[in-house]
Design a protein around this ligand. Structure first.
Ligand SMILES: Cc1cc2nc3c(=O)[nH]c(=O)nc-3n(C[C@H](O)[C@H](O)[C@H](O)COP(=O)(O)OP(=O)(O)OC[C@H]3O[C@@H](n4cnc5c(N)ncnc54)[C@H](O)[C@@H]3O)c2cc1C
Length: 500
């Protein structure tokens, strides 16, 4: 059977576009490189996850002219969302406009927040987001309330929230895709970085993919790694998708191809599919495929006080956007602050192997942990490249000073809120969790590979709906924006390609 549509990847971008297309009746095949994450003890075992790297693929990417490194990028049904913190923020209205930062400009999107807003609402419904409106001064207008009330703060978290409010900050509930009762019923652990096996985390597999697969015209093929896209004789349409399964090569010749292998792998696949006619890779007449790689500037911040006792299990329930649009004193934007999933002694041990775990456990009992995010700006020399089978990543960080200022602000706030010791540690290229931008949307084919509906300017039957298509990274977690754009693209495909 020749499918009408092949979707490559079952992460947020692939599963969400599948959910949007399923009811059209089109024959859809989803090709996914990985398999299902089974229900197994390691899913909630912090030594397995953080100390032994049980789930971490053995893959290596390379630095330019440098050595290999092992990135935390996951290949399984549901993609990285199986491990995610399920924070499902909307980009702020201002993120769709040009924004001046301390060290550069974040360009405008090819459409406004208002135009995109209905798709955020649909994505929140699909991912069953828990949240509330009214506390966050940067929250853009919602045409409908969140589908579920927010996840409750645990008592030792409410206490810190109150201290920060007393400082004049506006901590507000994180929008979360988690059914906390179901998650805790399985085992009392945080969900951030812990894989979900249908335990109540609203990831790409448990929500969007499940919805898509409830239609008989949608099929998922696991352990199917796509190695090549080929164009037809005109060099325009993508004529074949070539994948490998159980050592055999399989070719599919669908009408439409939706690429959603993740921001690094999608760019790599297009670049590897170079041919005589497309020597710089497919979809790349702009020479932008693989460029503008972004990955948030982010740090973990741990605040310690001997008199504070953190009895929380999951912790991750509030965020702070007081420094999002400005530094709080009329200066440039700094970014978002949100709680991390509770950091235990077992998790700390993975980063501090020389310190006894019992001691780290004592420290963590008196600490609270935050995650700070600052926008990384698009830069043409921040690139994903391929050398044969190798992926070469040249991450040219931007806007780092703003991030240092954000961390400094938070540290000052936490000290003033009664935490005398506040430590921070930044994340580097080994944590490419918020990768995006490598096959971006835009209105000008000279500077973007995709049009505003994620369609390739060069290949009209090719769409890209994973994090690659985001033209800016903003300073909030990307998944809801990826899902909203994928749903919008599915609607566009339905209207322009599948209408009878
Ligand atoms: C620990 C962690 C915590 C995070 N927390 C949050 C959070 O709280 N909120 C948030 O918004 N974001 C979070 N993120 C980021 C979020 O998970 C990603 O932005 C999002 O899942 C990316 O979706 P995607 O569709 O772009 O790509 P992916 O999730 O990478 O999906 C791509 C899929 O394609 C498959 N694939 C790759 N190559 C091929 C190929 N050649 N052939 C076939 N299939 C292929 C992969 O196996 C994968 O399933 C987190 C990420 C991590 C790792």
């Amino acid at each position: 059977m020749t499918p009408d549509i092949v979707i490559i990847g079952s992460g947020i971008g692939g599963a969400s576009v599948a959910a949007g297309l399923a009811s059209t009746g089109a024959r859809i095949v989803i090709l996914e490189a990985g398999g299902h994450i089974p229900d197994q003890p390691e899913n909630r075992d912090q030594r397995a996850i953080f100390q032994r790297g049980h789930f971490r693929p053995k893959e290596q990417w390379h630095e330019v002219g440098g050595g290999p490194f092992n990135p935390g990028n996951y290949y399984n049904v549901g993609g990285n969302s199986k491990f995610y913190g399920a924070v499902l923020y909307r980009y702020r209205r201002e993120d769709f406009l040009e924004m001046q930062h301390l060290e550069g400009v974040s360009p405008a999107w090819p459409f406004s927040y208002e135009e995109f807003e209905p798709w955020y609402g649909k994505a929140e419904a699909l991912y069953q987001v828990r949240g509330s409106l009214g506390d966050d001064p940067t929250e853009p207008v919602h045409s409908a309330p969140y589908p579920y009330p927010p996840v409750p703060d645990e008592p030792s978290i409410s206490a810190v929230k109150a201290r920060l409010k007393a400082r004049g900050l506006h901590p507000s509930p994180l929008p979360l895709g988690i059914d906390i009762d179901r998650w805790m019923a399985k085992a009392p652990t945080p969900w951030d970085a812990h894989p979900n096996s249908d335990d109540g985390k609203m990831d790409a597999e448990s929500t969007a993919l499940a919805a898509a697969l409830s239609y008989s015209n949608v099929t998922l093929v696991t352990h199917a790694r796509v190695n090549l896209l080929e164009t037809g004789t005109d060099g325009k349409a993508i004529a074949a998708v070539v994948y490998e399964r159980d050592g055999a090569e399989v070719r599919l010749t669908p009408q439409l191809v939706v690429l959603a292998a993740g921001a690094v792998q999608s760019a790599a696949l297009l670049l590897r599919s170079a041919s005589g006619r497309h020597s710089g890779g497919l979809g790349n007449s702009s020479d932008q495929v693989g460029r503008n790689f972004m990955n948030h500037n982010s740090s973990a911040v741990l605040a310690f006080s001997p008199s504070y006792r953190n009895s929380s299990v999951y912790q991750k329930t509030f965020g702070i956007n007081d420094y999002y649009l400005s530094d709080g004193a009329g200066g440039p934007p700094l970014g978002n602050i949100q709680l991390l999933g509770r950091v235990s002694g077992t998790i700390l041990k993975a980063n501090l192997p020389q310190v006894p775990e019992w001691l780290l456990g004592r420290i963590s009992a008196h600490a609270i942990d935050f995650y700070t995010i600052t926008e990384d700006l698009p830069h043409p020399e921040s690139r994903v490249m391929v050398e044969g089978e190798r992926i070469v990543l040249k991450w040219t960080r931007t806007n780092w000073k703003s991030h240092e200022l954000l961390v400094k602000r938070l540290k000052a706030d936490l000290r003033a809120a009664g935490f005398p010791l506040v430590l921070s540690r930044s994340f580097d290229k080994r944590t490419p969790s918020h990768q995006c931008g490598t096959v971006r949307i835009g209105t000008d084919p000279a500077s973007a590979p995709l049009d505003p509906f994620s369609r390739s300017f060069d290949h009209p039957n090719l769409f890209v709906t994973d994090a690659s298509c985001l033209p800016t990274s903003a300073a909030v977690n990307p998944a809801l924006t990826i899902a909203a754009q994928a749903l919008r693209v599915a609607d566009h495909i339905t209207r322009t390609e599948l209408a009878a």
